[in-house]
Design a protein around this ligand. Structure first.
Ligand SMILES: Cc1cc2nc3c(=O)[nH]c(=O)nc-3n(C[C@H](O)[C@H](O)[C@H](O)COP(=O)(O)OP(=O)(O)OC[C@H]3O[C@@H](n4cnc5c(N)ncnc54)[C@H](O)[C@@H]3O)c2cc1C
Ligand code: SF4
Ligand code: SF4
Ligand code: SF4
Length: 410
């Protein structure tokens, strides 16, 4: 007989204290006793038992967590209708029904989107067409506007307020419980690749059918890391010289691609620096937490749709701010004009529904979509997917050598 709290102790031993937890918050979301809290530290969040387990046999928090074992193959067959074609770029890039780039048509969304604004456009379209009645997105904490927080968006205005990438760990999947408790019946969820894997694991387990049954769409992002909160604090205090208590609004990347970190303080002043070109993102890299250093997932294997930047794209490297294309080049390839103007979202559609939604969104005139050539897709996805094994492979080898657990992908 499992003793009271043993379910949580199992989670703690196998996933949390082993350094695998990626702070998604799903264990807390599904806990019937609401006994788990994600406590905040400078290095990130830690799931801790702050209440009492009500059912002695309960292991729900452990059952839902994919931090230790990621069932990629089963997940792909179940949600994308087939496994990867291993003799193609899908071997590293995951199941792909479409790979290309795109951008929002609405100038407001184009302006505020991190790259092309396609992620924001698609969420608004899904809401307006009634495919979903809410979207779990990443917004900012009202009290601490430098702190990312899950937000359930139910209107275009809400979705726009949540645009932009939040490069810090936060328990995004607490938003699932919030959406469920709000009585929403069909939701879209924006999630980093690891968080999306937890969602898929939950969706494959009948015990969670009530809460997981409301998920209609998972929108994922390419992901180098979610950098520890200490990194954001460092950027604010040391890099931008801003007192955190004075922050009213913050955006890691805004304006022309690849973006400017911009902070508005309570006195109305704007503090900004080029996020990529002045080294902000490189500084954040120093704050890569251990859960990301053992992560081999960069391309969002679990998303119905996945969005990224075009860093590894062979035709559209995002350096047009430094080396603008000529007018003749832009006339020959319309993607170059869009990329040079503001940047493009890289797009991968994995499920039939994800592709259908993107195509409807395009046909309704909300986004522009450009398919890659086969050769571009091959080079692009190979480039993106090879980064993690290069960066983090040695950490994983070290942990294995010392008998420490690593994340397994099966
Ligand atoms: C932590 C993180 C790491 C990333 N690393 C890379 C990378 O290494 N390489 C790369 O090419 N691209 C990376 N991206 C993706 C990139 O930053 C953009 O999100 C992507 O290009 C989509 O751009 P967009 O203009 O279409 O998005 P937008 O239209 O601006 O919409 C972004 C959407 O993502 C949601 N969101 C933001 N942050 C989070 C979060 N932490 N968790 C869940 N949802 C969130 C927002 O609420 C919004 O709905 C990363 C994103 C994140 C959040
Ligand atoms: S990865 Fe998510 S589900 Fe697993 S322990 Fe961490 S917060 Fe909980
Ligand atoms: S889900 Fe909640 S009640 Fe169940 S074992 Fe975990 S902490 Fe305890
Ligand atoms: S690097 Fe991996 S573990 Fe870290 S946030 Fe991204 S998907 Fe999650």
């Amino acid at each position: 007989m499992i003793m009271s709290q043993e379910g949580f102790r199992l989670l703690q031993r196998e996933c949390i204290n082993s350094g695998l937890c990626y702070e998604c918050g799903l264990c807390a979301s599904v806990c019937p006793a609401k006994a788990i809290e994600l406590k905040m530290y400078d290095w990130g969040r830690n799931p801790e038992l702050t209440g009492r387990c009500t059912d002695e046999a309960c292991t729900r928090c452990y059952d839902v967590c994919a931090a230790k074992l990621v069932p990629v193959s089963a997940m792909e067959k179940r949600f994308f209708g087939r496994g990867r074609r291993m003799d193609t770029v899908e071997k590293v890039g995951g199941v792909c029904r479409f790979v290309g780039t795109g951008c929002a048509v609405d100038p407001e969304i184009r302006e505020i989107g991190v790259s092309g604004g396609v992620a924001t456009s698609l969420m608004i379209f899904a809401l307006e067409k009634g495919y979903v009645d809410g979207c779990v997105l990443a917004g900012w904490d009202a009290e601490k506007p430098w702190l990312a927080k899950a937000y359930v968006a139910t209107s275009k205005k809400d979705v726009i307020a949540c645009s932009g990438s939040k490069y810090q760990p936060h328990p995004q999947l607490l938003g699932i419980r919030e959406a469920y408790e709000m009585g929403l019946k069909k939701i879209a969820v924006s999630a980093t690749p690891c968080h999306a894997q937890s969602l898929r694991k939950m969706m494959m387990n009948e015990d969670f059918a009530d809460i997981s049954g409301i998920i209609r769409l998972i929108s994922c992002n390419f992901c180098a890391a979610h950098w520890a909160l200490a990194g954001t604090k460092w950027l604010l205090k040391t890099w931008l010289g801003v007192d955190m208590e004075a922050v009213r609004e913050m955006n890691y990347r805004t304006g022309a691609f690849p973006g400017t970190m911009r902070v508005r303080t309570k006195d109305g002043r704007i503090h900004e620096k080029a996020f990529v070109r002045s080294g902000g993102v490189a500084q954040l890299g120093r704050f890569t937490p251990e859960e990301c250093r053992i992560c081999l997932e960069k391309v969002g294997y679990a998303g119905d749709v996945v969005f990224g930047d075009t860093w590894c794209h062979p035709t559209l490297p995002p350096n047009f701010d430094l080396f603008p294309p000529t007018e003749a080049e832009m006339q020959a390839d319309p993607r170059l004009r869009e990329a040079a103007a503001k940047g493009l979202s890289a797009i991968v559609a994995r499920s039939e529904f994800g592709l259908k939604l993107l195509e409807e969104c395009r046909d309704a005139g909300r986004i522009r979509m450009f398919a890659n050539t086969g050769e571009e897709t091959e080079k692009f996805l190979t480039g993106v997917a090879s980064e993690k094994p290069t960066w983090y492979g040695p950490w994983i080898d070290a942990r294995k050598h010392r008998g420490m657990p690593v994340r397994e992908y099966i």
